[in-house]
Design a protein around this ligand. Sequence first.
Ligand SMILES: *[C@@H]1O[C@H](CO)[C@@H](O)[C@H](O)[C@H]1NC(C)=O
Ligand SMILES: *[C@@H]1O[C@H](CO)[C@@H](O)[C@H](O)[C@H]1NC(C)=O
Ligand SMILES: *[C@@H]1O[C@H](CO)[C@@H](O)[C@H](O)[C@H]1NC(C)=O
Ligand SMILES: *[C@@H]1O[C@H](CO)[C@@H](O)[C@H](O)[C@H]1NC(C)=O
Ligand SMILES: *[C@@H]1O[C@H](CO)[C@@H](O)[C@H](O)[C@H]1NC(C)=O
Ligand SMILES: *[C@@H]1O[C@H](CO)[C@@H](O)[C@H](O)[C@H]1NC(C)=O
Ligand SMILES: *[C@@H]1O[C@H](CO)[C@@H](O)[C@H](O)[C@H]1NC(C)=O
Ligand SMILES: *[C@@H]1O[C@H](CO)[C@@H](O)[C@H](O)[C@H]1NC(C)=O
Ligand SMILES: *[C@@H]1O[C@H](CO)[C@@H](O)[C@H](O)[C@H]1NC(C)=O
Ligand SMILES: *[C@@H]1O[C@H](CO)[C@@H](O)[C@H](O)[C@H]1NC(C)=O
Ligand SMILES: *[C@@H]1O[C@H](CO)[C@@H](O)[C@H](O)[C@H]1NC(C)=O
Length: 492
Amino acid sequence: MMVGPLTFRRVNHHRSEFKWWIPAFLSFRQTILVAVWFTIFAVLFIWQKNLIDGLLMFRRPPPRPIPKLRPVAFNLTDFGGVGDGRTLNTKAFEEAISSISKLEKIGGGQLNVQAGYWLTAPFNLTSHMTLFLAQDAVILAIQDEKYWTLMPPLPSYGFGREHPGPRYGSLIHGQNVTDVVITGHNGTIDGQGKAWWDKFRQKRLNHTRGPLVQIMWSSDIHISHITLRNSPFWTLHPFDCKNVSVTNVTILAPVVGAPNTDGIDPDSCENMVIEDCYISVGDDGVAIKSGWNQYGITYGRPSTNILIRNVVIRSMVSAGVSIGSEMSGGVSNVRVENLHVWNSRRGVRIKTSPGRGGYVRNITYQNVMFDNLRVGIVIKTDYNEHPDEGYNPKAVPVLEDISFTGIYGHGVRVPVRINGSEEIPVKNVTFRDMSVGITYKKKHIFQCAFVHGRVIGTIFPSPCENLDRYDEQGQLIKRSELQNISNIDYDF
Ligand SMILES: *[C@@H]1O[C@H](CO)[C@@H](O)[C@H](O)[C@H]1NC(C)=O
Ligand SMILES: *[C@@H]1O[C@H](CO)[C@@H](O)[C@H](O)[C@H]1NC(C)=O
Ligand SMILES: *[C@@H]1O[C@H](CO)[C@@H](O)[C@H](O)[C@H]1NC(C)=O
Ligand SMILES: *[C@@H]1O[C@H](CO)[C@@H](O)[C@H](O)[C@H]1NC(C)=O
Ligand SMILES: *[C@@H]1O[C@H](CO)[C@@H](O)[C@H](O)[C@H]1NC(C)=O
Ligand SMILES: *[C@@H]1O[C@H](CO)[C@@H](O)[C@H](O)[C@H]1NC(C)=O
Ligand SMILES: *[C@@H]1O[C@H](CO)[C@@H](O)[C@H](O)[C@H]1NC(C)=O
Ligand SMILES: *[C@@H]1O[C@H](CO)[C@@H](O)[C@H](O)[C@H]1NC(C)=O
Ligand SMILES: *[C@@H]1O[C@H](CO)[C@@H](O)[C@H](O)[C@H]1NC(C)=O
Ligand SMILES: *[C@@H]1O[C@H](CO)[C@@H](O)[C@H](O)[C@H]1NC(C)=O
Ligand SMILES: *[C@@H]1O[C@H](CO)[C@@H](O)[C@H](O)[C@H]1NC(C)=O
């Protein structure tokens, strides 16, 4: 208290004694202030554009209006849905879908899921419905398996797949439905699979894990413009369906440590198109199937008329596009066009084994790009994974009429490994127009065993001796006498 006035007086004293000093002091302060303000304004002025751009990043654009694609549209919130990531919305989904199931006569209904995190247990779809996932809408799967319904094994597998007996159903499930659309402004269905992957690895599950989306015995199914991620098991599994399209869909899961998270598994399906998709997952990108051993042979439903085009895939554990290994109902008329597989273990693979029966026939690969793979093209006939011992080892699959046209790439260690066997020879294979840059200088990098077929025109690396050679004009140059020799001399 005594110091204040003293100081004050001393300042006063100074002010009276050195009058010139005070204005100098003030102007000094003002100068600093002016300088500071000037600097701030200069910085603001110079960085104005960047600042505004930066601020715009944080300003949410108004949500894109949701189009009305059916005569009647509901919001999930109309049924009490809460998108806070914690409230369970199973009832809201079920009630909404139940309301839609009554609208068949007028053309069905649409369920809009708006931006938010919508936690739910598994629920079933109905016919004539559109599920629309707005931008930033995320349907989250509940992780606790007690909420996941058990279902009988698929008839063509006779087995849960990982365990005998029942299996978990899928998060979004459809049975005996028609005219179903799942689309949006790239909203997401997130399986939160990590809990399942960990339990699977720790052998803490008593039943086979469920897929993220599974549609069975259905037709006219269209999935587009959404993202599917972190499925507990296979991501999108159409089973015994007709007329299925998957367009402009992104499918994501960690490329390692996410076991069996295949992207899309067309299984005993007819007339299916997969196009304009990006898939990066912990197992096969696409795996075409049709049942397992005696169960698949009995069920007898092939996968046929399947077109895959304009697809980019990353699969560090398995392959870009696979056929099999479960193919006992047969797989035919598959066309793979404009496929790009990058930083993956294998490009395209056909896998089977004695006991499968069935066939893989009329398969065309055209314009395929391999970018940094271990093995490009693989046909494997000893994929001995069986549900039980009840299979007939004499039931051998037929592999024939398989053609590869326009196969390009770089950074591939083994461009081709076709390992047929005496019982399962690979018949009528055609290679035309192939040039794949290799990273591994070994003698046998175009590997063959029990392969019949031909190469047409220039093929790099130079093909195995098992194949007949034709020139660009289709004139026979040399017929092979060595279809059955093997030069499969090392493994990756
Ligand atoms: C759904 O929500 C949107 C936007 O919040 C609103 O414009 C629309 O009217 C709602 N529709 C229904 C059927 O409640
Ligand atoms: C979905 O429908 C199937 C077939 O009717 C049924 O077995 C399953 O329990 C249903 N799932 C749910 C979650 O209601
Ligand atoms: C669904 O379709 C399958 C195969 O056609 C059939 O066996 C089953 O009975 C159908 N289920 C219902 C509930 O219609
Ligand atoms: C959709 O979302 C995924 C995941 O966020 C993203 O990788 C992809 O680029 C998006 N696609 C489009 C067309 O915006
Ligand atoms: C699996 O079965 C065992 C023995 O019946 C039981 O103790 C365990 O709780 C079950 N685990 C799950 C995840 O259901
Ligand atoms: C599948 O689509 C084709 C061609 O559009 C149509 O003729 C056929 O009836 C459809 N089949 C089913 C089961 O929807
Ligand atoms: C996929 O959809 C996005 C918008 O959602 C669009 O920009 C893009 O062109 C589409 N791609 C194809 C190949 O249709
Ligand atoms: C082979 O499959 C294609 C479709 O990929 C189909 O158009 C063609 O008719 C099939 N050929 C035979 C002989 O079945
Ligand atoms: C061999 O396969 C091609 C298609 O890759 C087909 O056009 C041709 O007819 C087949 N040849 C025989 C003898 O079956
Ligand atoms: C090739 O196949 C034969 C029999 O089908 C099998 O014994 C052999 O191990 C396979 N080789 C490789 C490298 O996979
Ligand atoms: C190659 O093996 C097949 C059986 O897989 C046999 O039918 C064929 O005659 C053999 N070809 C040659 C040239 O030995």
